[in-house]
Design a protein around this ligand. Structure first.
Ligand code: PMP
Length: 321
Protein backbone atom coordinates (compact mmCIF):
# COMPACT_ATOMS: atom_id res chain seq x y z
CA UNK A 1 0.00 0.00 0.00
CA UNK A 2 1.59 3.35 -1.04
CA UNK A 3 1.37 6.49 1.08
CA UNK A 4 -1.41 8.02 -1.00
CA UNK A 5 -3.56 4.91 -0.64
CA UNK A 6 -3.03 5.24 3.09
CA UNK A 7 -4.18 8.86 2.97
CA UNK A 8 -7.31 7.89 1.04
CA UNK A 9 -8.13 5.16 3.54
CA UNK A 10 -7.88 7.62 6.40
CA UNK A 11 -10.71 9.65 4.89
CA UNK A 12 -13.87 7.62 5.52
CA UNK A 13 -16.11 9.78 3.37
CA UNK A 14 -13.83 9.06 0.43
CA UNK A 15 -13.73 5.28 0.73
CA UNK A 16 -13.99 3.26 -2.44
CA UNK A 17 -17.78 3.56 -2.55
CA UNK A 18 -19.05 5.84 -5.29
CA UNK A 19 -21.53 8.68 -5.09
CA UNK A 20 -24.97 7.45 -6.07
CA UNK A 21 -28.05 9.46 -7.02
CA UNK A 22 -31.56 8.12 -7.79
CA UNK A 23 -32.75 7.59 -11.35
CA UNK A 24 -36.50 8.16 -11.60
CA UNK A 25 -38.97 8.02 -14.45
CA UNK A 26 -40.67 11.43 -14.63
CA UNK A 27 -43.87 12.19 -16.51
CA UNK A 28 -45.11 15.73 -15.86
CA UNK A 29 -48.78 16.54 -16.46
CA UNK A 30 -49.13 17.82 -20.03
CA UNK A 31 -46.13 15.88 -21.33
CA UNK A 32 -46.93 12.35 -22.46
CA UNK A 33 -43.43 10.93 -22.80
CA UNK A 34 -41.80 9.54 -19.65
CA UNK A 35 -38.16 10.58 -19.20
CA UNK A 36 -35.59 8.84 -16.98
CA UNK A 37 -34.07 11.60 -14.86
CA UNK A 38 -30.88 11.27 -12.83
CA UNK A 39 -31.30 13.37 -9.70
CA UNK A 40 -27.83 14.86 -9.64
CA UNK A 41 -28.96 17.69 -7.39
CA UNK A 42 -28.95 15.13 -4.55
CA UNK A 43 -25.16 14.89 -4.59
CA UNK A 44 -23.60 16.08 -1.29
CA UNK A 45 -22.84 19.68 -2.32
CA UNK A 46 -26.05 19.96 -4.33
CA UNK A 47 -24.91 19.43 -7.91
CA UNK A 48 -23.51 16.99 -10.44
CA UNK A 49 -20.12 18.70 -10.07
CA UNK A 50 -19.41 16.61 -6.94
CA UNK A 51 -18.66 13.80 -9.34
CA UNK A 52 -15.91 15.58 -11.27
CA UNK A 53 -14.47 17.23 -8.15
CA UNK A 54 -14.09 13.92 -6.37
CA UNK A 55 -12.90 12.01 -9.45
CA UNK A 56 -10.26 14.56 -10.50
CA UNK A 57 -8.87 15.19 -6.99
CA UNK A 58 -8.76 11.58 -5.83
CA UNK A 59 -7.08 10.53 -9.09
CA UNK A 60 -4.47 13.29 -8.67
CA UNK A 61 -3.86 12.14 -5.07
CA UNK A 62 -3.52 8.52 -6.11
CA UNK A 63 -1.02 9.54 -8.80
CA UNK A 64 0.99 11.63 -6.34
CA UNK A 65 0.25 14.95 -8.09
CA UNK A 66 -1.58 16.22 -4.99
CA UNK A 67 -0.86 15.74 -1.29
CA UNK A 68 -2.48 16.79 1.99
CA UNK A 69 -2.29 20.57 2.48
CA UNK A 70 -1.72 21.39 -1.20
CA UNK A 71 -3.59 24.27 -2.86
CA UNK A 72 -6.20 23.73 -5.56
CA UNK A 73 -7.46 26.63 -7.71
CA UNK A 74 -10.34 26.67 -10.20
CA UNK A 75 -12.42 29.12 -12.22
CA UNK A 76 -16.16 28.52 -12.19
CA UNK A 77 -19.32 30.57 -11.96
CA UNK A 78 -20.53 28.39 -9.14
CA UNK A 79 -21.31 24.70 -9.00
CA UNK A 80 -17.82 23.38 -9.68
CA UNK A 81 -16.30 25.74 -7.13
CA UNK A 82 -18.83 24.65 -4.51
CA UNK A 83 -18.13 20.98 -5.25
CA UNK A 84 -14.35 21.46 -5.18
CA UNK A 85 -14.62 23.43 -1.93
CA UNK A 86 -16.40 20.50 -0.27
CA UNK A 87 -14.13 17.84 -1.77
CA UNK A 88 -11.00 19.80 -0.75
CA UNK A 89 -12.35 20.18 2.81
CA UNK A 90 -12.90 16.42 2.97
CA UNK A 91 -9.51 15.59 1.44
CA UNK A 92 -7.42 17.99 3.55
CA UNK A 93 -6.61 20.33 0.65
CA UNK A 94 -6.82 24.16 0.43
CA UNK A 95 -9.03 25.67 -2.23
CA UNK A 96 -9.21 29.07 -3.97
CA UNK A 97 -12.34 29.67 -6.05
CA UNK A 98 -11.99 32.29 -8.81
CA UNK A 99 -15.34 33.63 -9.98
CA UNK A 100 -16.56 36.63 -11.97
CA UNK A 101 -18.19 39.42 -9.92
CA UNK A 102 -21.95 39.14 -10.07
CA UNK A 103 -22.23 35.53 -8.91
CA UNK A 104 -24.80 35.26 -6.15
CA UNK A 105 -23.71 35.99 -2.60
CA UNK A 106 -25.18 32.64 -1.53
CA UNK A 107 -22.60 30.85 -3.69
CA UNK A 108 -19.73 32.82 -2.17
CA UNK A 109 -21.05 32.09 1.33
CA UNK A 110 -21.36 28.34 0.69
CA UNK A 111 -17.80 28.15 -0.63
CA UNK A 112 -16.48 30.06 2.40
CA UNK A 113 -18.51 27.81 4.72
CA UNK A 114 -16.52 24.87 3.34
CA UNK A 115 -13.34 26.71 4.39
CA UNK A 116 -12.24 27.86 0.93
CA UNK A 117 -11.11 31.31 -0.28
CA UNK A 118 -13.00 33.24 -2.96
CA UNK A 119 -11.37 35.65 -5.40
CA UNK A 120 -13.69 37.71 -7.61
CA UNK A 121 -12.58 38.90 -11.07
CA UNK A 122 -14.20 41.83 -12.97
CA UNK A 123 -17.73 40.90 -14.05
CA UNK A 124 -17.18 42.44 -17.50
CA UNK A 125 -14.43 39.88 -18.21
CA UNK A 126 -16.89 37.02 -17.67
CA UNK A 127 -15.84 33.44 -17.03
CA UNK A 128 -12.92 33.91 -19.47
CA UNK A 129 -11.40 36.49 -17.10
CA UNK A 130 -11.79 34.09 -14.17
CA UNK A 131 -10.09 31.31 -16.13
CA UNK A 132 -7.15 33.62 -16.91
CA UNK A 133 -6.77 34.56 -13.26
CA UNK A 134 -6.95 30.91 -12.15
CA UNK A 135 -4.14 30.07 -14.53
CA UNK A 136 -2.05 32.93 -13.16
CA UNK A 137 -2.70 31.83 -9.55
CA UNK A 138 -1.86 28.23 -10.37
CA UNK A 139 1.52 29.33 -11.73
CA UNK A 140 2.26 31.81 -8.92
CA UNK A 141 1.32 29.46 -6.09
CA UNK A 142 2.22 26.14 -7.71
CA UNK A 143 -1.39 25.16 -7.19
CA UNK A 144 -3.23 22.22 -8.75
CA UNK A 145 -5.62 23.51 -11.42
CA UNK A 146 -8.31 20.96 -12.40
CA UNK A 147 -9.26 22.91 -15.58
CA UNK A 148 -12.78 21.59 -15.85
CA UNK A 149 -13.25 22.94 -19.39
CA UNK A 150 -10.41 20.90 -20.87
CA UNK A 151 -9.58 18.10 -18.41
CA UNK A 152 -10.56 14.72 -19.93
CA UNK A 153 -11.18 13.40 -16.41
CA UNK A 154 -14.24 15.65 -16.27
CA UNK A 155 -15.84 13.49 -18.98
CA UNK A 156 -14.24 10.34 -17.56
CA UNK A 157 -16.01 10.87 -14.22
CA UNK A 158 -19.31 10.64 -16.08
CA UNK A 159 -18.12 7.87 -18.42
CA UNK A 160 -16.91 5.55 -15.66
CA UNK A 161 -19.30 6.52 -12.87
CA UNK A 162 -22.51 8.38 -13.88
CA UNK A 163 -23.11 6.23 -16.98
CA UNK A 164 -22.41 2.99 -15.09
CA UNK A 165 -24.89 4.02 -12.41
CA UNK A 166 -27.55 4.77 -15.01
CA UNK A 167 -27.04 1.33 -16.55
CA UNK A 168 -27.29 -0.41 -13.19
CA UNK A 169 -30.45 1.52 -12.23
CA UNK A 170 -32.51 1.69 -15.42
CA UNK A 171 -35.28 -0.85 -15.86
CA UNK A 172 -34.73 -1.22 -19.61
CA UNK A 173 -32.23 -3.15 -21.73
CA UNK A 174 -30.74 -0.13 -23.43
CA UNK A 175 -30.76 3.67 -23.66
CA UNK A 176 -31.68 5.31 -26.98
CA UNK A 177 -31.28 9.01 -26.14
CA UNK A 178 -29.08 10.86 -23.68
CA UNK A 179 -29.98 14.53 -23.29
CA UNK A 180 -28.02 17.31 -21.58
CA UNK A 181 -27.26 20.99 -21.76
CA UNK A 182 -23.56 21.73 -22.22
CA UNK A 183 -21.41 23.78 -19.89
CA UNK A 184 -18.07 22.03 -19.94
CA UNK A 185 -19.61 19.23 -21.99
CA UNK A 186 -18.36 16.65 -19.47
CA UNK A 187 -21.83 15.26 -18.79
CA UNK A 188 -22.98 14.92 -22.41
CA UNK A 189 -19.67 13.57 -23.70
CA UNK A 190 -18.86 11.28 -20.74
CA UNK A 191 -22.28 9.70 -20.22
CA UNK A 192 -22.66 9.12 -23.97
CA UNK A 193 -19.24 7.42 -24.09
CA UNK A 194 -20.09 5.26 -21.06
CA UNK A 195 -23.41 4.13 -22.56
CA UNK A 196 -21.69 3.51 -25.88
CA UNK A 197 -18.97 1.42 -24.13
CA UNK A 198 -21.78 -0.76 -22.77
CA UNK A 199 -23.17 -1.41 -26.25
CA UNK A 200 -26.11 1.04 -26.25
CA UNK A 201 -26.96 2.55 -29.65
CA UNK A 202 -27.37 5.94 -27.99
CA UNK A 203 -27.98 9.29 -29.68
CA UNK A 204 -26.54 12.23 -27.69
CA UNK A 205 -28.81 15.27 -27.67
CA UNK A 206 -27.49 18.74 -26.89
CA UNK A 207 -30.24 20.76 -25.18
CA UNK A 208 -29.78 24.31 -26.45
CA UNK A 209 -31.50 27.11 -24.53
CA UNK A 210 -32.63 29.82 -26.93
CA UNK A 211 -32.81 33.39 -25.73
CA UNK A 212 -36.36 34.50 -26.39
CA UNK A 213 -35.55 37.91 -24.91
CA UNK A 214 -38.20 40.34 -23.82
CA UNK A 215 -38.65 42.14 -27.15
CA UNK A 216 -40.19 40.11 -29.94
CA UNK A 217 -38.64 42.24 -32.69
CA UNK A 218 -35.05 41.63 -31.56
CA UNK A 219 -33.37 38.69 -33.21
CA UNK A 220 -33.00 35.78 -30.77
CA UNK A 221 -29.47 34.71 -29.88
CA UNK A 222 -28.49 31.20 -28.90
CA UNK A 223 -27.41 29.86 -25.51
CA UNK A 224 -29.52 32.02 -23.28
CA UNK A 225 -27.88 33.46 -20.18
CA UNK A 226 -31.17 32.84 -18.35
CA UNK A 227 -30.19 29.16 -17.92
CA UNK A 228 -27.03 29.36 -15.77
CA UNK A 229 -24.44 26.62 -16.17
CA UNK A 230 -25.22 26.04 -19.83
CA UNK A 231 -22.85 28.07 -21.99
CA UNK A 232 -21.55 28.08 -25.53
CA UNK A 233 -18.08 27.83 -26.96
CA UNK A 234 -15.92 27.39 -23.85
CA UNK A 235 -15.50 23.66 -23.78
CA UNK A 236 -12.61 21.97 -25.51
CA UNK A 237 -13.98 18.68 -24.13
CA UNK A 238 -17.11 19.11 -26.19
CA UNK A 239 -15.41 20.66 -29.22
CA UNK A 240 -12.94 17.78 -29.53
CA UNK A 241 -15.37 14.95 -28.71
CA UNK A 242 -16.18 12.37 -31.35
CA UNK A 243 -19.99 12.29 -31.31
CA UNK A 244 -20.90 11.55 -34.93
CA UNK A 245 -24.64 11.17 -34.34
CA UNK A 246 -25.01 14.26 -32.10
CA UNK A 247 -28.32 16.10 -32.45
CA UNK A 248 -29.50 19.40 -31.01
CA UNK A 249 -32.89 20.30 -29.61
CA UNK A 250 -33.72 23.96 -29.08
CA UNK A 251 -35.81 25.00 -26.08
CA UNK A 252 -36.88 28.58 -25.40
CA UNK A 253 -35.48 29.84 -22.11
CA UNK A 254 -38.95 31.00 -20.98
CA UNK A 255 -40.38 27.51 -21.48
CA UNK A 256 -37.40 25.96 -19.68
CA UNK A 257 -38.03 28.21 -16.67
CA UNK A 258 -41.76 27.44 -16.67
CA UNK A 259 -41.09 23.67 -16.78
CA UNK A 260 -38.55 24.09 -13.97
CA UNK A 261 -41.33 25.64 -11.85
CA UNK A 262 -43.53 22.65 -12.71
CA UNK A 263 -40.74 20.26 -11.68
CA UNK A 264 -40.37 22.12 -8.37
CA UNK A 265 -44.11 21.81 -7.69
CA UNK A 266 -43.87 18.08 -8.53
CA UNK A 267 -41.24 17.42 -5.87
CA UNK A 268 -38.00 18.04 -7.74
CA UNK A 269 -36.37 21.15 -6.19
CA UNK A 270 -34.14 21.89 -9.19
CA UNK A 271 -32.55 24.78 -11.06
CA UNK A 272 -33.34 26.03 -14.60
CA UNK A 273 -31.06 23.65 -16.50
CA UNK A 274 -33.22 20.74 -15.27
CA UNK A 275 -36.29 22.26 -16.95
CA UNK A 276 -34.21 22.73 -20.09
CA UNK A 277 -33.03 19.12 -20.05
CA UNK A 278 -36.47 17.67 -19.30
CA UNK A 279 -38.21 19.59 -22.09
CA UNK A 280 -35.45 18.78 -24.60
CA UNK A 281 -35.80 15.09 -23.67
CA UNK A 282 -39.59 15.15 -24.18
CA UNK A 283 -39.07 16.73 -27.62
CA UNK A 284 -36.29 14.30 -28.52
CA UNK A 285 -38.66 11.40 -27.75
CA UNK A 286 -41.40 12.98 -29.90
CA UNK A 287 -38.98 13.41 -32.82
CA UNK A 288 -37.47 9.91 -32.58
CA UNK A 289 -38.43 7.49 -35.36
CA UNK A 290 -39.16 4.51 -33.09
CA UNK A 291 -42.39 4.53 -31.01
CA UNK A 292 -41.13 4.59 -27.40
CA UNK A 293 -37.42 5.42 -27.21
CA UNK A 294 -35.75 5.25 -23.82
CA UNK A 295 -34.53 8.75 -22.94
CA UNK A 296 -32.28 9.65 -20.01
CA UNK A 297 -31.37 13.11 -18.78
CA UNK A 298 -29.93 14.76 -15.67
CA UNK A 299 -31.25 17.28 -13.15
CA UNK A 300 -27.87 19.01 -12.48
CA UNK A 301 -28.49 21.26 -9.47
CA UNK A 302 -30.81 22.55 -6.74
CA UNK A 303 -33.35 25.38 -6.76
CA UNK A 304 -31.78 27.02 -3.68
CA UNK A 305 -28.96 28.27 -5.92
CA UNK A 306 -31.49 30.50 -7.73
CA UNK A 307 -33.49 32.29 -5.03
CA UNK A 308 -32.21 35.66 -6.25
CA UNK A 309 -32.96 34.95 -9.93
CA UNK A 310 -35.93 35.14 -12.24
CA UNK A 311 -36.89 31.52 -11.43
CA UNK A 312 -38.36 32.83 -8.16
CA UNK A 313 -38.75 36.56 -8.80
CA UNK A 314 -41.25 36.24 -11.66
CA UNK A 315 -43.09 33.25 -10.30
CA UNK A 316 -46.73 34.24 -9.71
CA UNK A 317 -47.19 31.44 -7.21
CA UNK A 318 -44.42 32.75 -4.91
CA UNK A 319 -44.27 36.51 -5.44
CA UNK A 320 -47.64 37.23 -3.76
CA UNK A 321 -47.03 35.23 -0.61
N1 PMP B 1 -26.41 22.71 -15.51
C1 PMP B 1 -25.78 23.33 -14.53
C2 PMP B 1 -26.54 24.00 -13.45
C3 PMP B 1 -24.44 23.37 -14.51
O1 PMP B 1 -23.83 24.04 -13.53
C4 PMP B 1 -23.74 22.74 -15.53
C5 PMP B 1 -22.29 22.77 -15.52
N2 PMP B 1 -21.72 24.06 -15.50
C6 PMP B 1 -24.38 22.10 -16.55
C7 PMP B 1 -25.73 22.10 -16.50
C8 PMP B 1 -23.65 21.44 -17.68
O2 PMP B 1 -22.85 20.36 -17.30
P1 PMP B 1 -21.44 20.10 -17.97
O3 PMP B 1 -20.47 21.09 -17.43
O4 PMP B 1 -21.07 18.71 -17.59
O5 PMP B 1 -21.59 20.28 -19.44
Amino acid sequence: MDSNTTIMNQLPQFSSSRLTTPLVCVSLPGYDSPVWCKLEYLNPSGSTKDRIARYILTKAMRQGELSLGDVVVEASSGSTSIALALACAQLGLSFVAVMPEGVSNERVMIIRAYGADVELTPGADGIGGAIGRAQQLATERGAFWPQQFSNPDNANAHRYETAQEILSQIATDSVDLFVSGVGTGGTLVGVTQGLDDAGCDVTPILARPIDTGLMADVECSSFSGRIPGVVDGLSTIFASADLPNLKEIEVSDSEAIEVTRQLIRSGFPVGPSSGLNYLAAVRAIEQHPSPAPVAVTVFPDRMERYFSTELFANNPTTSNS
